[in-house]
Structure formats: C-alpha cells, structure tokens
Design a protein around this ligand. Sequence first.
Ligand SMILES: C[S@@+](CC[C@H](N)C(=O)[O-])C[C@H]1O[C@@H](n2cnc3c(N)ncnc32)[C@H](O)[C@@H]1O
Length: 203
Amino acid sequence: MITSIDLDQDFTQFIQRLKSKTEIDLALYKEGQMRRRLNSLKEKRGFRSFLDFFQAMIKNPELFDDFLDRMLINVSEFFRNPKRWEVLEKQVIPGILARNGRIKCWSAACSTGEEPYSLVMALSSFLNLREIQVLATDIDQNAIEKAKGGKYQAQSVKDLPKPYLNKFFAVRDQQYVISDEVKRCVNSNVIIYWPTRSNNTSI
Ligand SMILES: C[S@@+](CC[C@H](N)C(=O)[O-])C[C@H]1O[C@@H](n2cnc3c(N)ncnc32)[C@H](O)[C@@H]1O
C-alpha cells in the first residue's frame, strides 16, 4: 500500500535531485500549487512516481521542456497590479532619486518583458531615457526571447496608462510593438543556462 508519507518522500526526493542537477529549488515555491501542477503532468505522461518522472526527464529534453512549461508561469502584463505601480511612481522612485540622485533597477523574474519595459516607462517621467538602464533576467529562455521581440497582444496593455501607450508603442498587424528607444534601456538575460530541446543538449 502506498501511504501519504511515501508520496511526500517521493516528492521531497524529486525536489532534492532536481536541485542538485539543475539548481532549480522547488522548495522555494508554494508547495501545494506546484505539486498539483507537476502531479498532473507526471500522471498525463504515465509515470507512477516523481522519481520515475525525474529519471525520464533527465534523459529526455522534450520532457524537461514540458516540465519547465508547467512550472514556470509566464503570466505578465504592463503595469500589472496598477496600485503597486502607483506606489512605485509616487513614493519609491522619487524617494530613491531624492536620496541617491540615481537609481538601479533589476526585474528579477522579468518573464516576457512587460515588467522591465513598464519600469522604463515609469522612470521616463523622472529621467531622460538615455539615463535609464534596467537589468531584466529570467530562467526561461523562451520568455527572454519574447521580451527581446517586444511585441504584445491587447490584453498585455490593458492597464498601461494611455500616455505611455501613445508615446512608446506602434500598432502593427494587431500587435502592440514597443519602441526601440525603450528596448535600448533594458538589458535582458537568461539568469541560468537551461539545457532545453532548442539547444539540443542533455541535462
Ligand atoms: C508570473 S511571472 C511574473 C512576471 C513579472 N515579474 C510580473 O510580475 O509581471 C513569473 C516569472 O518568474 C520566472 N521564474 C520562476 N522561477 C524563477 C527563478 N527561480 N528565478 C528566476 N525567474 C524565475 C518564470 O520563468 C516567469 O517568467
């Protein structure tokens, strides 16, 4: 009989092995939600335990890609959670500039770019674009590629203040394309090298 203790151990060992092999630390994520997401992928692919799933994943880059797609949630929008951005624009940015005269920004899980580009636009109310540099990193290479492309659907810009939309975007083929002058302010990088199907290596 498989007990809930066995299931816990199975998932705990999965987390440990994944960390030592890839440096992804699932212990830092909300356990219930992450476990449900990965459990459904494991079952869909026909594995009985997380350890079996892990063994298969390290031999099969395609499965590893599926795992990444399931665990990395790329949801993002311009000025997502507008109330937070209001605090940033009214208190945080002016406060830092008053104290230091300059500001360094890092969008540490930048996803497809909406957050670092929003930061550039918010900063442009205080600084010349030439003075703005935002570092943007993510562990998802596909997300970084989209960020570099700078093309977005209407849903992504729904909370973007209209003056920024008019000033920094062009509409082409029903997509919102961010201007090169904003793009130049963002230095985007993959923070960890992921061996995925696209570069055809094993983990
Ligand atoms: C929900 S999105 C948030 C994007 C943006 N920060 C925002 O709030 O709109 C989460 C992003 O975190 C990235 N991520 C998840 N775990 C990460 C980690 N350990 N280090 C860096 N980025 C990570 C994912 O790839 C994904 O792009």
